[in-house]
Design a protein around this ligand. Structure first.
Ligand SMILES: Nc1ncnc2c1ncn2[C@@H]1O[C@H](COP(=O)(O)OP(=O)(O)OP(=O)(O)O)[C@@H](O)[C@H]1O
Ligand SMILES: [Mg+2]
Length: 241
């Protein structure tokens, strides 16, 4: 199931006492495999093994295939990129934890693997928002919006890939996941990404007959805030962040 590097990284995480035992796969994503795990004291884990992201098969072919000069670099670039995503995900999760935004808690990372708490319980992973069979969508919508607002104004991050697939729901509460690609609000594309994130989530709730006017109001407010921060960061590139 795992390549050699992932096996070595898992071995180290077990040696360091981050993971006690691994269980079955939770989900095979496009660019990751998420596996169930448990800590020594019985806490349930989601162990996310990043596989290639930036260079999908097609891109990799396009850029590097057939170029003999890159016959080694090809593998090297991919490996490095995956561990970069794992580290970014860990750091972003830590940032969310610090700011009290509902998300898995990060417990460690090693190479291309991030270990976080499982959203769920008793061996069951929480369903994604889009998989819910029923629920109080008005209440969920409010909580998601509050989380998004905090994400920008407190954590200074834009998720960048937000959709009902990257929100899981447990105990009637939403949790934001999949934050490896989240960017600082000072990123040149932040305003556009933010708009996309809001649109994806608002569209989902709108289909569930929730009044999403607040999304557009808040989006306008915080987009303004993002633009303001971008201006500031042009003046003082290393301030605050
Ligand atoms: N901490 C967690 N608790 C419960 N389920 C999780 C957790 N992390 C991930 N999952 C499940 O695994 C799925 C895949 O994880 P994630 O979204 O982080 O990676 P991905 O989908 O492969 O990344 P991408 O969206 O970039 O393709 C999630 O949609 C969710 O169902
Ligand atoms: Mg995802």
């Amino acid at each position: 199931m795992f390549d050699e590097r992932s096996q070595m990284a898992l071995y180290r995480l077990m040696n360091h006492g981050v993971i006690a035992r691994l269980g079955p796969p939770i989900r095979q994503g496009k660019e990751s495999l998420v596996v169930y795990g448990v800590t020594l004291d019985g806490r349930e884990l989601a162990v996310k093994v990043h596989t290639s992201k930036v260079f999908g098969k097609r891109e990799r072919k396009q850029y590097l295939f057939g170029d003999w000069r890159y016959r080694h670099a090809k593998r090297h670039i991919t490996l490095r990129t995956e561990s970069m995503w794992a580290e970014k995900e860990y750091r972003n999760l830590a940032r969310l934890e610090k700011k009290g935004i509902p998300a898995p808690l990060p417990l460690g990372f090693e190479e291309n693997i991030v270990v976080m708490t499982l959203v769920g319980g008793n061996g069951v992973a929480a369903p994604q928002l889009n998989e819910l069979e029923s629920g109080d969508y008005t209440a969920l919508s409010k909580m998601v919006l509050a989380a998004l607002e905090k994400l920008v104004s407190r954590a200074h991050l834009v998720h960048g890939d937000l959709s009902p697939y990257n929100i899981v729901v447990w105990d009637r509460k939403p949790f934001i996941i999949d934050v490896s690609q989240a960017v600082l609000v000072s990123h040149p594309d932040a305003a556009r990404l933010l708009e996309n994130d809001f649109r994806n989530v608002a569209a989902f709730f709108e289909l569930k007959d929730v009044d999403v006017d607040d999304y557009y109001r808040v989006q306008a407010e915080i987009t303004e805030e993002v633009r303001q921060r971008q201006k500031e960061s042009l003046v003082r590139p290393d301030s605050q962040y």
